[in-house]
Design a protein. Structure first.
Length: 190
């Protein structure tokens, strides 16, 4: 068999490990924590749904690719809770990205690594949109489950609004709704 196909198979088996990386939020209606693979799948679909509402035109395929790739590093680093003081761990995550994407043929590795870096740096409209969607979903989940992970980790309303302000890059109306619902959730449940 072609060696590059064997590398893709090895990469696909490595991705299985992402299903074992637990996040801090429980899926709505379930009494377990979601895993990073579920999160990546869901935000990719949410992004597809939000593209028509984006402030700026974005490359849909590129955004979805970034969202499917961005948490792969958690296979090595684990999930970093957005509100932890040591949330940013770029160097360790970059090393993980190089190792995991390095399982693939060189051309694919380079493509995936560049998309991952673009997402992390958030300097392009595509990356800012993708980052905003990545921030949006846990907020929606917490609004829907009465602030479950915010309560569990003693997160404040100011932390939530500050950390997620990038949602405004996606859509002003959506950001207004998020602010209103976050404040309502905190006043009623947190």
């Amino acid at each position: 068999m072609d060696q590059n196909l064997l590398k893709v198979i090895e990469f696909s088996l490595e991705l299985e490990k992402l299903k074992n990386v637990l996040r801090r939020t429980k899926p709505i209606g379930l009494d377990r924590f979601e895993n990073s693979a579920e999160h990546s799948w869901q935000i990719a679909l949410v992004a597809l749904s939000l593209v028509p509402h984006a402030k700026q035109a974005v490359d849909t395929a590129k955004v979805v690719s970034m969202l499917l790739l961005h948490d792969v590093v958690e296979i090595d680093t684990g999930d970093k809770f957005a509100y932890d003081a040591n949330h940013d761990d770029y160097e360790n995550e970059l090393a993980a990205a190089k190792r995991i994407f390095g399982l693939l043929p060189t051309e694919t590795c380079d493509k995936f690594l560049n998309l991952w870096i673009e997402f992390e740096q958030a300097e392009t409209a595509d990356a800012r949109f993708a980052k905003a969607v990545d921030r949006l979903l846990p907020v929606i989940q917490n609004i829907s489950n009465k602030g479950q992970s915010w309560i569990n980790h003693k997160v404040t309303v100011d932390q939530v609004l500050h950390k997620n302000a990038g949602i405004a890059d996606l859509n002003d109306d959506l950001w207004s709704w998020v602010k209103e619902e976050v404040e309502k959730t905190f006043s009623e449940h947190v």
